[in-house]
Design a protein around this ligand. Structure first.
Ligand code: HEC
Ligand code: HEC
Ligand code: HEC
Ligand code: HEC
Ligand code: HEC
Ligand code: HEC
Ligand code: HEC
Ligand code: HEC
Length: 329
């Protein structure tokens, strides 16, 4: 009898029964479920892992794998960055522990697009996600208070923001202070909430573009959103795929508010076609594409409808372009 008990004891030592505590589990701690953020093309996904026996973890956004994280060796926090889009993003982390048990954790984040009617405001039940005002777990490994040298970092990676926000400059056109990682020029660590920027945005832009703004403000006809100081509705403060870091190609930008406007309002040709509003070279601005902004200033001008000349003097107005392109229609 003793022998049997002894063998059983040994057997259990070698092959312990599966208990819950042996199975690795994890949970997404950043971002928080059912929250929304203003703008942003990427988001950090940090998972806290208990008993990390995972060979790899996959991060899915809307059902598609974006990241496959390997080399997890016992990590307690697994950090990554994924791409997000305006609207609801379903972010899921999933993995299989060494004992074959599958786990997953999911959160939903809504990304606001300042220039989209569809995604302009968050759905019911979504709370504002303000990371820097709430997080407390990251400082054990990351620098969370910017050092003085962050004001003018000598190179990108010197900025304490770089580790987590390195993708903010992944654009064809990047705004000067962002390209220089002088983030603190606009984001004040002492503001409440932390890193909040001035409002209206014009106040922030004025720090460096005061001459330009003063010049526009002297003109007779000012465009609605410009007069309200809403610079960042049209311009990303960081960068975009269009010159002057506009949030969309100018014509699309204008059409997101002036829905349905076509070239018909300029002139309809005999064959019924409207005047072009894109897809041709802009005769007044060599190197740029024709857009609504070829005729209308997005900011201000001395002529009605912020046009570059008085449209009632047709010859002068139309010839502003057609003379330069050879004087023919
Ligand atoms: C010219 C001013 C300006 C500069 C410079 C700037 N930001 Fe911003 N940033 C803003 C404003 C304004 C917002 C508010 C959201 C918006 O309008 O896109 C913002 C939003 C953000 C956000 C949240 C949403 C998003 O777009 O991801 C992050 C993160 C951010 N900034 C990080 C940075 C970092 C890191 C730097 C330096 C590399 C930086 N910013 C430089 C003005 C600026
Ligand atoms: C146990 C230590 C630890 C903790 C806690 C931790 N991180 Fe990390 N994190 C790291 C390490 C190590 C790296 C890789 C360092 C590097 O790339 O310079 C990293 C990298 C990152 C990256 C860059 C990932 C990439 O793919 O570029 C982000 C974003 C990040 N961490 C965010 C966070 C956030 C947010 C928190 C708090 C919720 C956090 N981390 C907590 C250790 C940690
Ligand atoms: C440990 C990683 C980490 C570091 C370091 C970090 N951030 Fe963030 N930051 C985040 C995360 C995570 C968010 C939430 C949005 C996201 O995931 O991109 C965020 C969001 C923001 C926002 C939006 C407002 C908010 O609080 O959610 C701003 C602005 C911002 N960061 C600026 C900065 C600036 C400026 C620096 C450097 C001085 C910096 N961050 C350093 C991780 C970090
Ligand atoms: C810290 C100073 C600083 C602040 C604040 C700032 N800018 Fe700039 N901006 C610059 C510099 C420097 C340049 C020129 C370098 C370049 O083209 O990026 C520039 C260039 C620009 C240009 C291109 C101008 C041209 O003729 O090529 C636009 C558009 C612009 N900024 C918009 C903005 C908006 C909108 C804001 C407010 C959200 C803003 N800036 C805030 C420093 C700043
Ligand atoms: C309605 C959208 C809109 C608003 C609001 C807006 N901009 Fe612009 N901005 C544009 C577009 C589009 C261009 C490209 C100009 C072009 O193609 O002629 C531009 C160009 C610029 C330029 C560079 C070219 C130039 O004309 O000198 C600067 C600087 C600038 N904007 C700053 C600002 C500032 C500062 C504000 C806020 C006070 C602001 N913008 C508000 C759409 C806008
Ligand atoms: C954020 C929304 C928004 C965007 C983007 C926008 N506008 Fe406007 N626009 C307005 C508002 C608001 C008014 C003032 C109300 C009105 O008169 O319709 C206005 C007025 C105008 C007017 C004068 C209309 C009139 O009857 O007096 C013109 C012309 C115009 N916008 C052209 C443009 C052009 C060109 C663009 C792109 C460069 C543009 N808008 C982008 C919101 C916008
Ligand atoms: C080739 C020059 C030209 C282009 C390009 C152009 N417009 Fe106009 N726009 C005019 C003229 C001229 C007027 C005044 C006469 C009129 O109302 O037809 C005007 C008037 C307007 C008005 C006020 C009157 C109305 O019809 O509501 C708005 C708003 C407007 N344009 C928006 C836009 C938008 C948005 C675009 C781009 C999709 C655009 N324009 C492209 C020349 C232009
Ligand atoms: C901002 C510059 C600009 C202004 C102002 C402008 N146009 Fe045009 N227009 C163009 C461009 C660019 C084309 C396309 C030319 C091409 O296809 O290469 C065009 C095409 C045309 C065409 C078709 C024939 C052709 O040359 O292809 C006619 C007709 C025309 N415009 C009439 C007018 C009239 C009338 C006005 C004044 C109400 C006017 N345009 C104002 C830029 C302008």
């Amino acid at each position: 009898m003793k022998r049997v008990v002894f063998c059983l004891f040994f057997f259990l030592l070698l092959f312990p029964p599966k208990s819950h505590s042996e199975t690795g589990t994890f949970r997404i701690i950043t971002p928080v479920d059912k929250t929304y953020t203003q703008g942003g093309q990427t988001i950090s996904v940090v998972s806290k892992v208990v008993k990390n026996t995972f060979g790899s973890l996959q991060i899915y956004v809307d059902g598609r794998v974006q990241k496959n994280l390997t080399d997890l060796n016992d990590k307690e926090y697994v950090c990554a960055v994924v791409k997000v889009h305006p609207g609801i993003n379903k972010i899921m982390v999933s993995g299989i522990a060494s004992d074959g048990t599958a786990s997953s954790s999911q959160v939903r984040v809504f990304i606001i697009s300042p220039i989209s009617a569809q995604y302009g405001s968050p759905p019911d039940g979504y709370a504002r996600y303000l990371f820097h005002s709430s997080s407390s777990t990251c400082f054990t490994c990351h620098q969370m208070e910017p050092p003085a040298s962050d004001s003018y970092p000598l190179k990108h990676s010197d900025s304490s923001c770089y580790v987590c926000h390195k993708h903010i400059t992944d654009h064809k056109y990047v705004h000067g202070p962002t390209a220089a990682w002088a983030c603190l020029m606009c984001h004040d660590p002492k503001a409440n909430p932390k890193y909040a920027t001035s409002s209206p945005p014009e106040k922030m832009c004025e720090q460096c573009h005061v001459d330009q703004i003063n010049q526009w403000e002297k003109l007779k006809h000012q465009h609605g959103p410009f007069a309200l100081g809403m610079c960042t509705t049209c311009h990303s403060p960081h960068g975009s795929d269009w010159p002057f870091w506009t949030r969309k190609f100018p014509t699309d930008l204008c059409l997101s508010c002036h829905v349905g406007q076509t070239g018909d309002h300029i002139i309809t040709f005999f064959n019924g076609d409207p005047h072009p509003i894109r897809g041709k070279p802009d005769p007044r601005h060599p190197g740029r594409e024709l857009s609504c902004a070829s005729c209308h200033s997005p900011h201000a001008s001395n002529y009605p409808f912020q046009l570059f000349a008085d449209y009632r003097d047709l010859r002068h107005f139309c010839m502003g372009c057609h003379f330069k392109s050879g004087g023919t229609f």
